[in-house]
Design a protein around this ligand. Structure first.
Ligand code: HEC
Ligand code: HEC
Length: 363
C-alpha cells in the first residue's frame, strides 16, 4: 500500500495534472537533424533563403498540430493542411471556427522552403504566398490564418497570452530561441521552420527522369510527359523542379457567365493592376493527386476534370477577358491523350514530407 500510492500518483500526474512528462513529450517529437532534400530536389533546395533550425522545427511541429492556436480550441493548422493529403485538404474551400466557410481551397504546403519564382526571371529570389501572392515571407504568412476570423480567429496577443500561460511550452522556446519569452515572431519562426521541412521528391517521375530508371513510370505516363512538356506546353507555367513558375495567370477559373464577372479578383486585389484581374499563382504539381478538388476555388473535382478543362478552354468562343490560355499548345487532345496526361501527373507523388500529429503536447 505504502509504495503503491505514490506510484499511482505518478501515473496520474503523467497523464493529467502536469501533462505528459518531458521524456514522453520529447520521445514523441524529438529534435531531428535536417533531412537532406529528397532525390530529384537537391538543386531546387540548394540555396534556400533560410535554413530551418532543428529545435525550432520541433517546436513548430507541436504548434502546427495544436488546436489551442484557435479561438475555440477546435482547429489547428493541420485541420486544413492535413498531412495525408499533402498538407492540403479534400474540400473545395476551408471551414474555419464556428463553421464559417472560406472562399478558397487550402493549398498543399510541400516544397515551400525554396524560392517560388524561377531563376533567370526578374525578382528571382522573391517568394510569394497565398493564391494571390499577397504575402512575401513565410514568417508573415503563417500568422495570418491564426488571427483570421474565418479561420482560427485567435488574435495575436491572445495567442501569445494563451501560450505564455502554459508552463510546458516555455522550455522549448528557450531551447529554440535562447530564452523562454513567447512572442508572435517566435511562434511564426517555429511554424515556418516546420513548414520548411516538408519537402517532397523521389517520385516515380524523379527516378525515371534523373536516374534513367526506365521502369519507374508506365509507357502511358511517358506519353503524358511528352504532352506535358512539349505538345501541350503545360510546362510553360508548371516549370522547374516544383512545376511552378511562381507567377500569376488567369485561366478563367471562377468566371460567372451569367453576371459576366469573376467571383474572385485574385492578384488584382493585391496590385490593382487591371492586367492582374483573376490571376492566381501557378500551384506546384508535386503530390497533386493527393488533394482533389482542384484550383483556387476547388471547382474541379478530379485531375481528369482539370485536363478536360484545359482542353475545352482552347475553344475560341469562350470570351473570358484576359485569359492566358494561349500559352497552351494549339492542338486539342484525344481521350487517350487526356488519360496519358493524368497518368503523368500521378507520377509526381513523392516522399519526404509525410508526418502525423504528435500524440502529446506541452501543457
Ligand atoms: C480554416 C482552414 C485553414 C487553417 C486552420 C490554416 N490554413 Fe493555411 N491556408 C488555408 C487556405 C484556404 C489558404 C489559401 C488562402 C488564400 O490563398 O487566400 C491557406 C494558405 C496557406 C499557406 C500558403 C501556401 C502557398 O502556397 O502560398 C501557408 C504557408 C499556410 N496556409 C500555412 C498555414 C499554417 C502554418 C497554419 C496554422 C497557423 C494554417 N495555414 C492554418 C486554410 C487554412
Ligand atoms: C498559363 C499558365 C498555365 C498553363 C499553360 C497550364 N497551367 Fe495548370 N495551372 C495554372 C494556374 C495559374 C493554376 C491555378 C488556377 C486557379 O486556381 O485559378 C493551375 C492549376 C493546375 C492544376 C490544379 C492544381 C491544384 O493544386 O489545384 C493542375 C493539375 C494543372 N494546373 C495542370 C496543368 C496541365 C496538365 C497543363 C497542360 C495541359 C497546365 N496545367 C497548363 C497555370 C497554368
Amino acid at each position: 500500500m505504502r509504495s503503491a500510492l505514490p506510484l499511482a500518483c505518478v501515473a496520474v500526474t503523467v497523464l493529467t495534472a502536469c501533462g505528459p512528462s518531458r521524456a514522453a513529450l520529447e520521445q514523441d517529437n524529438p529534435v531531428r537533424p535536417n533531412a537532406p532534400p529528397p532525390f530529384g530536389m537537391e538543386e531546387f533546395f540548394k540555396d534556400v533563403p533560410q535554413k530551418p533550425i532543428p529545435t525550432r522545427v520541433r517546436l513548430g511541429r507541436w504548434l502546427f498540430f495544436d488546436k489551442r492556436l484557435s479561438a475555440d480550441n477546435t482547429l489547428s493548422c493541420a485541420s486544413c493542411h492535413q498531412p495525408e493529403f499533402a498538407f492540403s485538404q479534400t474540400t473545395a474551400v476551408s471551414t474555419g471556427i464556428n463553421g464559417v466557410k472560406g472562399t478558397r481551397k487550402a493549398p498543399s504546403l510541400v516544397n515551400l522552403a525554396a524560392r517560388t519564382v524561377l531563376p533567370d526571371m526578374p525578382d528571382d529570389t522573391a517568394q510569394t504566398f497565398f493564391w494571390d501572392g499577397r504575402v512575401s515571407s513565410l514568417e508573415h504568412q503563417v500568422l495570418v490564418p491564426i488571427a483570421n476570423r474565418s479561420e482560427m480567429g485567435l488574435d495575436h496577443q491572445a495567442m501569445v497570452d494563451r501560450l505564455s500561460a502554459l508552463k510546458g511550452y516555455r522550455p522549448y522556446f528557450t531551447e529554440a530561441f535562447g530564452s523562454g519569452e513567447i512572442t508572435q515572431e517566435r511562434i511564426a519562426g517555429a511554424l515556418s521552420d516546420y513548414v520548411r521541412t516538408r519537402m517532397s521528391g523521389n517520385s516515380a517521375y524523379d527516378r525515371w527522369s534523373y536516374k534513367a530508371d526506365a521502369g519507374a513510370i508506365s509507357e502511358q505516363a511517358k506519353r503524358g510527359s511528352e504532352l506535358f512538356f512539349f505538345t501541350q506546353r503545360c510546362a510553360t507555367c508548371h516549370a522547374g523542379f516544383n512545376f511552378s513558375d511562381g507567377r500569376f495567370h488567369n485561366l478563367g477559373v471562377g468566371w460567372d457567365p451569367v453576371t459576366q464577372q469573376f467571383k474572385d479578383d485574385g492578384r488584382f486585389a493585391v496590385t490593382h493592376d487591371p492586367r492582374d484581374h483573376a490571376r492566381f499563382k501557378t500551384p506546384g504539381l508535386r503530390d497533386v493527386s493527393k488533394h482533389p478538388p482542384y484550383m483556387h476555388d476547388g471547382s474541379l473535382a478530379t485531375l481528369r476534370d482539370v485536363v478536360q478543362f484545359y482542353n475545352d478552354a482552347r475553344i475560341p468562343h469562350r470570351t473570358i477577358p484576359n485569359r492566358s490560355i494561349r500559352l497552351l499548345g494549339p492542338n486539342p487532345m484525344s481521350e487517350s491523350d487526356i488519360d496519358a496526361l493524368v497518368a503523368f501527373l500521378k507520377t509526381l507523388d513523392g516522399e519526404g514530407y509525410q508526418d502525423q500529429a504528435p500524440k502529446h503536447f506541452p501543457r
